[in-house]
Write a protein that binds this ligand. Structure first.
Ligand code: 5GP
Ligand code: MG
Length: 178
């Protein structure tokens, strides 16, 4: 079994890049159908979603804009309740269709905060696309419109996701070995 060591932790291969690509293609097709005729603004959540977003957006065939936001809320392998905004949106989003692009929805706290924040600026519609989703960790009520792959409550790295800053460049996704 393929394993990697990052700092003090070991990880074993969990999701192959082939499977990841297929799930991204499925999401892209759905978005292309759902948002036809609109000019959505894709809002990519840095840093983790950079790789997913690049691959997803190459498959999007409708006119769209792309922008980036950044929060800090995760320390090493534990989610913290304190979400801080580091980079915000400059675009006027009133009346627009937004598609938020995330690497993973875990507790949902980060996304819930962000949604409540941007709702004040009156977008027409907010859709959420996430590569990974941990349904058993989810504590919020918002709808996740596009999910690549559902996973159990294990800490994962690769394909944009990091452990203490490292591992984002791995093409496959690995899960922690306890
Ligand atoms: P939430 O607020 O939904 O609990 O978590 C939001 C953020 O925590 C995600 O966008 C992601 O950056 C990070 N995160 C959650 N679960 C994991 C995980 O298993 N691995 C990594 N590397 N980051 C995670
Ligand atoms: Mg993230």
């Amino acid at each position: 079994m393929k394993t990697v060591k990052i700092k003090d932790k070991k990880f074993s291969i969990f999701i192959s890049s082939d499977k990841i690509q297929k799930s991204i293609d499925d999401i892209a097709q759905k978005i292309n159908n759902d948002v036809k005729g609109k000019t959505p603004l894709f809002v990519v959540v840095l840093n983790g979603a950079f790789m997913f977003a690049a691959e997803l957006l190459k498959e999007i065939n409708i006119n769209c804009e792309i922008s980036f936001v950044k929060f800090s809320s995760y320390k090493k392998t534990k989610s913290s309740l304190n979400v801080k905004k580091l980079i915000g949106l400059n675009e006027d989003i009133k009346g627009r269709t937004l598609i938020i692009v995330e690497d993973i929805v875990d507790s949902g706290i980060t996304m819930d905060n962000f949604i409540n924040d941007i709702k004040k600026y009156e977008p027409k519609d907010i859709k959420i696309a996430t590569l990974l989703y941990k349904p058993k960790a989810f504590t919020k009520n918002f709808k996740v419109d596009y999910v690549g792959i559902e996973i159990p409550n294990d800490f994962v790295v690769g394909h944009g996701l990091d452990y203490d800053g490292l591992g984002r460049n791995l093409t496959d996704i690995y899960k922690i070995i306890e």
